[in-house]
Design a protein around this ligand. Structure first.
Ligand code: HEM
Length: 219
């Protein structure tokens, strides 16, 4: 267990889901102390406004994400079956849900994360992209990174998800949504609008989750 505290700034373990406003991360942490030190804060609203411009994310996208909520909600389980089927069919991905000693997939861990994944779908569709949401994105990035992976579920799985796969999953996660978005009684134009909004939202998500993977001055 890495125990060194590097810089000022504190991230409340577990509290960031409700928006730990001082969230920062660093190169090391010790969960037993219930805090993580860090060099970077969650993105500010002003920087996020610029990021939205960079990905051409507009008020129309907010409207389309919210439109998608009622279409997706009854289908979340099936959508998760598709995503989990994809991960399960790829040993190099299921690896990250596996016990670091035995190499066996941890079914309880998979199931616990699946519940949070379902909630993430609905939260993203809600499109309340405020500071609390930005704080949560840093937390979710940390949970993919060795800084906080495994701590939420208290598991001894593989300690870190490699950055390349975090970015790569943008494609399968979004492309597999399209048939689900077509399940509502919306026009083809609206289905396309929802799809584009989701592609941008997941892209912004993966950008925000990338933060723990790089030097603060590079992010
Ligand atoms: C577009 C890319 C990705 C998205 C949208 C995504 C989504 C999520 C969500 C919503 C959670 C739950 C966060 C929480 O509430 O705690 C999560 C956790 C997790 N994801 Fe991802 N994920 C992505 C990439 C990946 C990749 C490439 C892997 C590798 C197989 C992966 C494996 C995991 C694992 C193991 C957890 C649990 C982490 C922990 O210990 O807390 N994810 N992911």
């Amino acid at each position: 267990m890495i125990t060194k505290f590097v810089t000022a700034g504190v991230l409340c373990l577990g509290a960031a889901l409700s928006g730990c406003s001082t969230a920062e991360y660093a190169g090391s942490h010790d969960a037993s102390y219930g805090m993580v030190t860090s060099q970077a804060k969650p993105m500010s609203m002003s920087d996020f406004d610029l990021l939205k411009k960079s990905v051409l994310f507009s008020d129309d996208d907010v409207r389309y994400l919210r439109m998608s909520r009622s279409v997706l909600e009854p289908n979340v389980d099936e959508l998760l079956d598709v995503w989990y089927g994809f991960v399960g069919a790829n040993p190099h991905l299921v690896h990250y849900f596996s016990d670091r000693t035995t190499g066996e997939p941890n079914g309880d861990y998979l199931a616990a994360v699946r519940v949070r994944f379902g909630q993430w779908v609905l939260d993203t569709a809600d499109a309340r992209f405020d500071q609390a949401w930005l704080n949560r994105q840093l937390e979710f990035g940390l949970r993919h990174h060795r800084l906080k992976k495994n701590t939420t579920d208290g598991v001894d799985a593989v300690e870190h998800i490699h950055f390349r796969h975090l970015v790569a999953l943008h494609y399968p996660v979004t492309t597999t949504m399209k048939p689900f978005l077509a399940r509502g009684n919306h026009s083809e134009q609206d289905v396309q609008g929802m799809y584009e909004a989701w592609r941008k939202a997941v892209l912004m998500t993966t950008i925000l989750w990338s933060q723990p993977y790089m030097a603060p001055e590079d992010f």
